[in-house]
Design a binder for this molecule. Structure first.
Ligand SMILES: Nc1ncnc2c1ncn2[C@@H]1O[C@H](COP(=O)(O)OP(=O)(O)O)[C@@H](O)[C@H]1O
Ligand SMILES: [Mg+2]
Length: 316
């Protein structure tokens, strides 16, 4: 599997080399622009994969609520349901997509035909739920999907990918293709252990080090920090890498209620504790992204992490 991924990366890098030649130079920075304006100015979207070691920890909830909050900031958001085995973004948002990513892969449809509009004008790429053959795409399919998305639309400001849980080749592929990786964990010990296992594999096999931790379903800030400290300690001790704590979301019955009504808590109960936490998290992420961003603006989005890995991007 690892060889398989390495081959994919080599192929992608070759493709990127061709793209680079025809790309434009980056836009000039301005110190007076708001975080939203600066993200808007970027020629490549900010890409984030939301992932976890264990299932059921709140990846889909986090992806959807962050997407809605970014949209409220005026950003154009693409949400990709890449949990190809257990897709459910459409369910959580009460959407009824007629088509799915699978129709694009089979060559029958374009992404425009498959994409659906969600609340706040976000664009959702739905995955087919429970389709066995989709839960493990082969190399050609993964590359084809990336290529479709890459060529499709360049005016998204943020692309959020809801990956499956664990360390399947699909998850690893999406995680390798994005700029930031947000690992969701809960205080449940199994979730913490599995989050460590995921980061360990991504680091040892692919040298991924840019992990952001979101702790979900906590009773208190202290409980969230405990999860962070535990994970940070083992990552530092055994792998010598750090972990970036981005925030926490409280256990919130209103979130459960919203899920049962097939709506995002952000939309249904904007004043709920979880909604406020997601709003705060989105605002902080926006600021940190702008602060950390590379200003090269030369590549379309999925390619850049792969390029960074090769050490060929001057600003990385
Ligand atoms: N902060 C929270 N408070 C209450 N319930 C939550 C919270 N986060 C997630 N849930 C519930 O947990 C379940 C799993 O969440 P989901 O986002 O589907 O997990 P995943 O995508 O990681 O499998 C859902 O029923 C959701 O409503
Ligand atoms: Mg999910």
């Amino acid at each position: 599997m690892i060889d398989d991924l390495d081959t994919q990366m080599a192929t992608l890098k070759e493709l990127v080399a061709n793209k680079q030649a025809s790309a434009e130079p980056g836009a000039a920075k301005s110190a007076v622009l708001s975080p939203e304006d600066r993200l808007n100015q970027r020629k490549v979207p900010y890409t984030v994969a939301v992932t976890s070691g264990k299932g059921g920890v709140g990846k889909t909830v986090a992806t959807v609520n962050l997407a809605l909050n970014f949209a409220k900031h005026g950003l154009k958001v693409l949400l990709i349901d890449a949990d190809l085995g257990l897709a459910n973004i459409d369910v959580v948002l009460g959407l009824s997509p007629e088509h799915t990513i699978q129709d694009v892969l089979s060559g029958e449809m374009s992404l425009d035909e498959v994409a659906v509009e969600g609340p706040e004008g976000i664009t959702v790429l739905p995955a087919a739920s429970g389709v066995a053959e989709l839960s493990n795409l082969d190399e050609t399919q993964r590359l084809a999907l990336m290529d479709h998305i890459d060529r499709w639309n360049t005016d998204f400001d943020v692309v959020l990918v809801d990956t499956g849980a664990g360390i399947s080749p699909n998850v690893r592929f999406f995680v390798l293709a994005v700029e930031r990786i947000m690992v969701v964990a809960t205080p449940d010990p199994a979730s913490v252990t599995d989050a460590y296992a995921l980061m360990k594999v991504m680091f040892l096999n692919h040298r991924v080090t840019n992990f952001d931790l979101l702790v979900n379903q906590v009773q208190s800030r202290e409980e969230a920090l405990d999860v962070y400290r535990t994970l940070n300690k083992v990552l530092e001790q055994f792998l010598n890498i750090g972990l970036n704590f981005v925030g926490f979301i409280p256990q919130d019955p209103q979130l459960g209620q919203a899920t049962r009504k097939q709506q995002a808590v952000t939309q249904l109960f904007p004043e709920a504790p979880a909604s406020k936490a997601f709003a705060g998290l989105a605002g902080r992420l926006l600021k940190s992204w702008v602060h950390n961003r590379h200003d090269d603006g030369r590549l379309t989005f999925f390619w850049r992490k792969l390029l960074d890995d090769s050490g060929t991007t001057p600003n990385s």
